[in-house]
Design a protein around this ligand. Sequence first.
Ligand code: GLC
Length: 557
Amino acid sequence: MFKHFWVGIWFLLLTPAMASFSQGRVGGPVWLEKAVFYQVYPQTFKDSDGDGIGDLNGLRQKLDYLRSLGIDAIWMNPIFKSPFRDAGYDVEDYYSIAPRYGTEEDLKRLLDEAHAKGMKVVLDLVAGHTSDQHPWFKASQQKKRNAYSDRYVWTKTTGQKPENYVSGSFDRNGNYLKNFFSFQPALNFGFAAPAQSWEQPVDAEGPRLMRQELKKIIAYWMDKGVDGFRVDMASSLIKNDPGFTETQKLWREMRNWFEAKYPEGVLIAEWSNPKQSVDAGFMIDFMMHFNVPGYPSMFFNSEGVFPRDTCYFDARGIGNPFEFIHHYMDQVKGVGNRGYVSIPTANHDINRPHAGSRNTPEQLKVLMTFLLTLKGIPFIYYGDEIGMRYVPALPDKEGSVLEIPGTQNRAGSRTPMQWDNTKNAGFSEADSIYLPIDSKRFYPNVQGQEKNPGSLLNYTRHLINLRKLYPALGNTGQIQFLNKGSETYPLVYERSLESQRLIIVINPSGRDAEFVIKGYDGFEFEEIITDKARIMSDTKDSIIYVGTFGYGIFLIK
Ligand code: GLC
């Protein structure tokens, strides 16, 4: 068993790729072909009732803003009843909304208004564990057998305590298996290869009932009008399953059931291995900081949750894009048209684009140009469109500090959305708020950037719009990187769909750069967007010149 999700997950790299299962509807619902997602951290997006914590009505007030940005779907982190020791990833009741976020009525109003404005709303499903305060877990601790005795994984005696098992003063004679923090007991979906006397096979009664419960939870919210789920730690459900055969079978069963019942619904994995998760039936998966390598080498620098010395998007220009290109292309090709790879701008667990020395609107525009011209589905983490920063040195808030040595506080990426320059940046009227507003005096904010045509906000809006105007730039267009060998800066790639072809050039370094592109003689390059970039094609080969923090999108004619 893994010591820790994000540490143990490296082990997965050693396991062979899985065989495919029978295909459902290819790629999921059609609306995904053009969708741009936005992740809302509900705690800190917009507080409507003055308690210092964001809520559903607050989000509802901001739907027009999201629509104006070009957003098609919103994913919210967990909003269910919880003691909030891991910010809501410790669920106490899957069937009720945490009062701090509002009521079911509020959710219904949010869904109705979002739908009326043409946007979908996706919830977060913490499928692998609950809070230790969940009534199921309390019942499970009892010595006398009951309906929840097998809902979690318990050893037969307290003397048995392998790694990842947690003891406590329970009525029951046993220790329980945790899934992440120790207050997050793992739900019992069974073991692919039971090895210990207490480990149950996936088709034992407890694991089977757990699958049914999962369907019940999904159906409960889908029937209320929700548009799908992002599944937390989706690969963690079945234990002792190094090849993920049984985990994939479980999710394939879920997908078949789900799409027959909710053909417009979306299932997104937090698995970070799209080839594997799409085989398992997910429609979208991220490629992030664990599992498949590549993301950190592009985006993580010395300030952030997982600090690194350098990365590709670093003004010093000492990184290289090849690890990312290799793994991203492998995933994109492996997934084909059966699903989507997503390279998110950030999320609630990692640093934002604005981190450490990557701190000017100029640099952030280069990064945003890259993220919004990739193949796959974009996920914009709230506030990245205005360049909110990863705020260092915050207190531990609701489990934001991980138990992984060398990591920094996740709270730095969870600070309140900066709407304007009034009290609490327009996030809340309260005197005491969930996390402090960025202490920088001139923090970026929506109101200021709306007025400025050259702002990151308006640029992001423009990029999203371009994705829709030029289908080759969008979710389904092909992608091919032109960099080889020692060609590290700039980054050059072609996007294409049918006869439409575009060249994109990105220079995140603080130095001028040039790049020879071969095989384009006879073509002209029309500038769609450029900043300090041009293509000279008066010689046989075309040469791209791109200045410090320059970028360009060119239509090939
Ligand atoms: C996922 C979530 C993270 C949470 C963990 C445990 O990785 O993104 O925020 O702490 O799972 O549920």
